[in-house]
Design a protein around this ligand. Structure first.
Ligand code: PRP
Length: 190
C-alpha cells in the first residue's frame, strides 16, 4: 500500500502493525496494573491524542481521560523546560491514579514539569506512558513507566508527530528527509 507523504520520508521506523502490536501490549500491562483503581489518562495536546485514543481503547478496565495543553517559552528550536499551561485539567485528579500520556519524550523537560504539576494535585499516584523516547536527547532523568519504542536522534514524524503541523496523520513513525526542513538551523522539534 502506498505510504502517505512517502516522498518526504527517508526511513520508516515503525509500521502500523508494529505500532498496533506494541500499543496492545502496553494496554494489557496497564489493564493489569490498574485493575480496580480509579485511573485517569491525561493526554498532552496536540500530538499525544493519536496514541491516547489507541491506548485507551486497548485498556480493559474503567478509565477516564483529560487533556492538557502546554506551551514552552524560549527558542522555537528546543524546549526550554519553562512551560506554561494553556489548557488545564477539566477534572480534579485528587485521590485518582494519573497516567500522563505523551507521544514523544525528547529532552524530558516537558514531562518532568508535568509529573511535578500532577503530583502537586494530590493524586493517588502519577505514572507516564510515552509512545516514543529519544534517550540520547534526554537532559534530565525521566520516569517512563510504559514506553512504546526508543528512536534515534533524528527528526521523526507520524502517529501524531508533526513538522510544521504536517504529517500527524501519517499512520507510521518515520524519519523526515533533511531537505524537507532545510533552511532552518535545526529542525523545530529537535
Ligand atoms: C512535543 C511532545 C512533548 C514535547 C517533548 O510536543 O509532544 O510534549 O514536545 O519535548 P521535550 O521532551 O524536549 O520537553 P510539541 O511541543 O512538539 O507539541 P505538539 O504535541 O502539539 O506537536
Amino acid at each position: 500500500m502506498k505510504v502517505l507523504y512517502r516522498e518526504d520520508l527517508s526511513t520508516i521506523l515503525y509500521t502500523e502493525t508494529q505500532i498496533a502490536t506494541r500499543v496492545a501490549e502496553m494496554g494489557a500491562q496497564i489493564s493489569a496494573d490498574y485493575d480496580g483503581k480509579p485511573l485517569v489518562m491525561v493526554g498532552v495536546l496536540n500530538g499525544a491524542v493519536f496514541f491516547l485514543a489507541d491506548l485507551m481503547r486497548s485498556i480493559r478496565v474503567p478509565v477516564s481521560m483529560d487533556l492538557v495543553a502546554i506551551s514552552s517559552y524560549g527558542s522555537y528550536s528546543s524546549t526550554s523546560g519553562v512551560v506554561r499551561i494553556m489548557k488545564d485539567l477539566d477534572e480534579s485528579v485528587e485521590s485518582k491514579h494519573v497516567l500522563i500520556v505523551e507521544d514523544i519524550v525528547d529532552t524530558g523537560l516537558t514531562l518532568n514539569y508535568l509529573v511535578d504539576y500532577m503530583r502537586a494535585r494530590n493524586p493517588a499516584s502519577v505514572k507516564v506512558a510515552a509512545m516514543l523516547s529519544k534517550p540520547s536527547r534526554h537532559r534530565v532523568k525521566v520516569q517512563l513507566d510504559y514506553l512504546g519504542f526508543e528512536v534515534p536522534d533524528e527528526f521523526v514524524v507520524g502517529y501524531g508527530l508533526d513538522y510544521a503541523q504536517r504529517y500527524r496523520n501519517l499512520p507510521v513513525v518515520a524519519v523526515l528527509k533533511p531537505e524537507i526542513y532545510a533552511g532552518h538551523d535545526t529542525p523545530p522539534n529537535l
